[in-house]
Design a protein around this ligand. Structure first.
Ligand code: F6P
Length: 381
């Protein structure tokens, strides 16, 4: 039976969103289905209702993004970052009237099903709307934070790991040339996956993630300075520190520039340690610390082959689920393959963790990658 399905991207963007859209359109077109791209997440339904866009303009075509001239035929979409549909970072559905209009928008479009590509916050909100509006929903996890529960991988994460790893490589040479301690602040919200993965792959000496070092206290700084002193003593005059943005200051509060905060603390305590006259600390008086915030560059960049592959696999599964009319499922990556998890279970877990102020899927404090980092001599607190 021919179907009419919708797709939207919601929450912070990440590399690989267009690769999902590309793959969904291809898989659906091969079945003879129509795909409608909902602009700006669920706000697209509001726009439809308010007459700010027309349903006929939302139809996505399989070869709708060809290049001119002899490049005609290259379907570039899967290689582009961002989302051709746009995304929505802030929820507005607590307002009952808005939520009702969004639900109405879905119904008026007469969709058979909706694929929502989102992170933990978006999946939570859209699942609630779907329940209220009787939508046939399939979720696909995306986020550079990799913190959607019940999936080992989310779209965008691996590309962000590559971006941070490459930045660490680039910073290594300037760090070495000036005997500097380079601090790199990376995204991840309350999770340390991005910092941990990239820190190991990029040769960091110290990795600070909220799961292991929730806040920067004097003991931690002391240990970090000792670690830097040991490195210098052993002949490595520079150091690379990766800090996840979720690590808090000494008062347990979030800092916008936690990397700068850490740099100041290291400068202060290393100079104090110098005064203790211990030979291994005497070199610390020349320590120079610089912090770099990688920021939104981590959300862009060409999606890696891994993320494009994952996007294709997730899209195929989402289309299969719709063909079987198995709704309210999240497509996930577990044990090396694509599987599904019921959205009610996923969303209940997300809600419960959010209520406690906790990350829905944090780094395992004694997981294999943490052990790997420690075995490599990386200081993790
Ligand atoms: O959740 C993805 C993420 O990039 C986080 O890592 C980061 O804290 C946040 O979004 C940034 O959000 P915004 O783009 O709204 O500043």
């Amino acid at each position: 039976m021919n179907k009419k399905i919708g797709i939207l991207t919601s929450g912070g963007d990440c590399p690989g969103l267009n690769a999902i859209i590309h793959a969904v359109v291809k898989c659906a077109s091969h079945k003879g289905w129509e795909v409608y791209g909902i602009p700006y997440g669920t706000d697209g339904f509001l726009k439809l209702e308010h007459g700010k866009c027309r349903s006929e303009d939302l139809k996505l075509r399989e070869h709708g993004y060809d290049l001119p001239g002899l490049l005609h035929g290259i379907d570039i979409l899967q290689f582009l970052s961002g989302s051709i549909l746009g995304s929505l970072s802030k929820g507005n559905t607590e307002d009952k009237a808005i939520a009702q209009t969004i639900i109405q928008g879905y119904q008026n479009l007469e969709l058979d099903a909706l694929i929502a590509v989102g992170g933990d916050g978006s999946l939570d909100i859209i699942y609630d709307l779907a329940q209220k509006g009787g939508w046939n929903l399939v979720g696909i996890p995306k986020t550079i934070d990799n913190d959607v529960p019940f999936t080992e991988r989310s779209i965008g994460f691996r590309t962000a790991v590559d971006t941070v790893t490459s930045a660490l490589y680039d910073l290594t040479f300037t760090a070495a040339s000036h005997d500097r301690t380079m601090i790199v602040q990376v995204m991840g919200r309350n999770a340390g996956h991005l910092a941990l993965h990239a820190g190991i792959a990029g040769g960091a000496d110290i990795i600070l993630i909220p799961e292991l070092t929730p806040k920067i206290d004097p003991d931690l700084i002391n240990d970090i300075c000792i670690r830097i002193a040991q490195l210098r003593w052993s002949g490595r005059k520079f150091a690379l520190i990766v800090i996840a943005e979720g690590v808090k200051n000494q008062a347990g509060e979030k800092e916008k520039y936690i990397g700068d905060y850490l740099a100041q603390q290291i400068d202060e305590i290393s100079h104090k340690l110098c005064l203790t006259d211990k030979p291994e600390f005497c070199d610390l008086d020349t320590i120079e610390t610089r912090a770099t915030v990688l920021g939104h560059i981590q959300r862009s960049g060409t999606p890696s082959s891994y993320d494009r592959l994952l996007a294709a696999a997730f899209a195929k599964k989402a289309i299969d689920l719709i063909a079987e009319e198995k709704y309210n499922q999240l497509v996930v990556w577990q044990n090396g393959e694509v599987q599904t998890q019921p959205l009610d279970k996923v969303v209940a877990h997300i809600k419960q963790r959010h209520e406690l102020g906790l990350c829905p899927s944090p780094v395992e404090p004694d997981g294999f990658l943490v052990q790997t980092a420690r075995s490599l001599g990386i200081y993790l607190g």
